[in-house]
Design a protein around this ligand. Structure first.
Ligand code: PEP
Ligand code: MN
Length: 263
């Protein structure tokens, strides 16, 4: 990873027709979780119309409480396949266990390793030997060195299609759910060739902060953002409080354009 000589301008990661690290800002949007096929298709249609380049959808959800909605699991796959074929958006979805790998490989375009699994070494090793792009989120309390070592597990196995995602870290500050560490974007750019994106939804836990922190992420040099979007956030089964509604997402895309042009 430290060997930037192989990629003096940074590496790029191709997911369907979308390229991370090629200079354009990738905007990934979608619900925290797949809920019903109708809500998923409605969200996919609208985010695409507004300019999203990829769809995010959780099916295996690592929820803090075992008594909250745990995701639909494999029951959501049909709706994901339908959303992709109707709207042509590549899909990223989280893998929480090696046992889900085969099913996810035949359903989604990019595999997300969530914050809670950043140091799940059997999972990282399994993904290191598969030929599918990986979105590696930063652990809840991971240092840059620990995060890059986790990425190294993927690269060491031969999978170089890795995108890093800053998603907030645990600090003493309680006005946001986590503390979004945007300083890490230029730090990573100096230390690794991998593309870097930012998740202001999980990073702040507040829908009202998604617009300013997305603009700041792109201004800091991020290769994109991943945001939670729900047609009716108040009714979402997970993370509605940190999800944009559909007009809010449309507005975000408009706001990011001039920032991306300026960097
Ligand atoms: C998610 O993106 O749905 C998620 C659970 O994120 P994180 O792992 O960053 O908490
Ligand atoms: Mn979420």
């Amino acid at each position: 990873l430290g060997d930037r000589t192989r990629y003096p301008h940074g590496s790029t990661v191709q997911v369907g027709g979308i390229r991370f690290g090629g200079g354009q800002s990738v905007i990934i949007a979608g619900p925290c979780s797949a809920e019903t096929p109708e809500v998923l298709l409605e969200t996919a249609a609208k985010v695409r119309e507004s300019g999203a380049s990829m769809l995010r959808v959780g099916v295996f959800k690592p929820r803090t409480s075992p008594y909250t909605f745990q995701g639909l699991g494999a029951a959501a796959f049909e709706a994901l396949i339908e959303a992709r074929s109707r709207y042509g958006l590549p899909i990223v979805s989280e893998i929480t266990s090696v046992s889900q790998l085969d099913a996810l490989l035949s359903t989604v375009d990019m595999l997300q390793v969530g914050a809670r699994n950043m140091q799940n070494y059997p999972l990282l090793s399994a993904l290191g030997t598969c030929d599918r792009p990986v979105l590696l989120k930063r652990g809840l309390a991971a240092t840059v060195d620990e995060w890059l070592s986790a990425a190294e597990y993927l690269l060491a196995g031969g999978n170089e299609q890795v995108v890093l995602c800053e998603r907030g870290i645990r600090t003493y500050e309680r006005s946001t759910r986590f503390t979004l560490d945007l300083g890490v974007v230029p730090v990573l750019k100096g230390r690794t060739h991998l593309p870097v994106i930012v998740d202001p939804s999980h990073g702040t836990g507040r829908a009202d902060l998604i617009h300013p922190m997305s603009r700041a992420a792109i201004a800091a040099g991020a290769d994109g953002v991943i945001v939670e979007v729900h047609p009716r956030p108040a009714q979402a089964l997970s993370d509605g409080f940190q999800s944009l509604d559909l007009p809010g997402f449309k507005q975000l895309v408009t706001e990011l354009e001039p920032v991306a042009q300026a960097v």
